[in-house]
Design a protein around this ligand. Structure first.
Ligand code: NDP
Ligand code: 2IT
Length: 446
């Protein structure tokens, strides 16, 4: 079996050898999927995984814009349309200086599996640009978004490809891009999700990824007859996902002791309560400042410059910032310090060595494609509401989100349950694969 896997990976590597993040994502999925595919006559010999590893289409384009000093700036934009077997391409846009094809291909590949798990009819895609909105004025961000959409609009549409937010793309950026799309097409449609509530957005979409991650952690605890109530939680990131993961932990009665950004983490032993969290939300979302400013208001907390919060004693760790932010040695430290549950709010935050440690030590570990699927799931509900020209209440959307997370948990159990341990990674990979593979087989070699 190991030889079949390594031959497959060698073949994929030939075309993608300069894409380390993409190869990492493919490797992790292949180790679960190839043994399964080989055991199933309907999938074996159809080159189905190879087909899933090749994007249906990739567009790369120049994005010119003018900064506040009147200088002409050039960025690179992308959209990776990975797989449309079960629905139109769906997935976020990331604006961050590190964005490249490898990162977007890994995100698009993961998105295909994640979207399949949601049970909603969405294919997978991802896009973005190597643009950094953090040090730009509002006017610069608007001009960039307009220029980006001036090219992207011809490749997307409410029945073709429906982008949303990701790192560096929140409500403000979605607004500017929606405005430009509408102007170019003269159509008011659900072409993007994460829209404002008064112009087609869904209630609970901003909260959905963070809330869903915590619902999933609670589902894992409940399955063992335990609960997140009373647990100590360490969170990385302080953006959209981290903020609402923290909010849901607090609402459920857990104690959140850390949040972070790319400059370091804050440690508040007394716990980040609702008031402190609203200070962080204002700091990050309106003032757009660094997390270290938390100490000016709450001087009892500590700031650890340039570090991640995995050295803290905790019961639960929720990595909600970015890929490869938990190394194997971080994982060992977390386990040594008592951590029992890791649910990924971010995409691929744990390196392969870290996942190996979680499995060896039978930690409740949920891969992002399962635990952070609540965001895209509510995007799917936003699309449904747009098609119905109707909107559901907060309670209705939240209830549907909870049910979707419970269903994802069940799917993971179906294919991941062992004697005394649930391999959520394997469960998620196989369950997600089956739905996409069946659709691809039914649609022929296209
Ligand atoms: P935001 O841009 O709102 O926040 C990102 C946070 O992560 C910020 O605190 C940022 O710090 C930090 N961060 C980003 N890059 C790095 C880095 N290289 N090193 C250290 N810290 C970093 O993004 P989101 O909260 O939306 O996304 C966070 C993660 O969740 C990503 O992995 C994304 O793919 C994933 N995700 C997002 C979903 C969504 O609906 N938004 C859905 C599912 C997954 P700083 O401000 O200093 O840059
Ligand atoms: O990684 C993700 O699932 C997202 N960034 C959200 C995608 C979406 O279409 O809502």
């Amino acid at each position: 079996m190991n030889k079949i896997i390594s031959d497959f990976l060698k073949e994929i590597d030939k075309r993608n050898s300069h894409e380390p993040e993409f190869m990492q994502a493919v490797r992790e999925v292949s180790e679960d999927l190839i043994p399964y595919i080989v055991s199933q006559d309907i999938y074996h010999g159809k080159n189905i995984l190879m087909r899933m590893c090749e994007p249906e289409r990739v567009v790369m384009f120049r994005v010119n814009w003018i900064d506040d000093k009147g200088e002409i700036r050039v960025n690179r934009g992308y959209r990776v349309e990975m797989n449309s077997a079960i629905g139109p391409y769906k997935g976020g846009l990331r604006f961050h200086p590190t964005v490249n094809l490898s990162i977007l291909k890994f995100l698009a590949f993961e998105q295909v599996f994640k979207n399949s798990l949601t049970t909603l009819p969405m294919g997978g895609g991802k896009g973005g640009a190597d643009f950094d909105p953090r040090d730009k004025s509002d006017g610069e961000v608007m001009r960039f978004c307009q220029s980006f959409m001036t090219e992207l609009f011809r490749h997307i549409g409410p029945n073709t490809d429906i982008p949303a937010g990701d790192i560096g793309v929140g409500g403000r950026e979605i607004g500017y891009m929606f405005g430009q799309y509408k102007r170019l097409k003269n159509e008011f449609t659900g072409v993007l999700t994460g829209k404002g509530v008064s112009w087609g957005g869904s209630l609970i979409r901003p909260e959905a990824t963070g809330y869903g991650t915590v619902y999933f952690a609670e589902d894992m605890f409940n399955h063992e007859g335990k609960s997140i109530i009373g647990k100590t939680v360490t969170i990385s990131g302080s953006g959209n996902v981290a903020q609402y993961a923290a909010e849901k932990c607090i609402q459920l009665g857990a104690t959140v002791i850390s949040m972070s950004d790319s400059s370091g983490f804050i440690h508040d032993k007394e716990g980040i309560d609702e008031e402190k969290l609203s200070f962080i939300m204002d700091l990050k979302n309106n003032k757009r400042k660094r997390i270290s400013e938390y100490l000016k208001k709450y001087p009892n907390a500590k700031f650890e410059k340039g570090k991640r919060p995995w050295s803290l004693e905790c019961d639960v760790a929720l990595p909600c910032a970015t890929q490869n932010e938990v190394s194997e040695s971080d994982a060992k430290l977390l386990i040594k310090n008592g951590c029992k549950c890791v649910a990924e709010g971010a995409n691929m935050p744990c390196e392969s060595g870290a996942i190996k440690q979680f499995k060896l030590n039978k930690i409740l570990y949920a891969p992002g494609k399962a635990s952070n699927a609540g965001g895209v799931a509510v995007s799917g509900l936003e699309m449904a509401q747009n098609s119905l020209r109707y909107s559901w209440t907060r309670e209705e959307v939240d209830q549907k989100l909870k049910e979707i997370m419970i269903n994802i948990h069940k799917s993971c159990l179906e294919y991941g349950k062992g004697k005394d341990f649930v391999d959520y990674n394997k469960g998620a990979n196989i369950s997600a694969f089956i739905k996409v593979a069946d659709a691809m087989l039914a649609q022929g070699v296209v």
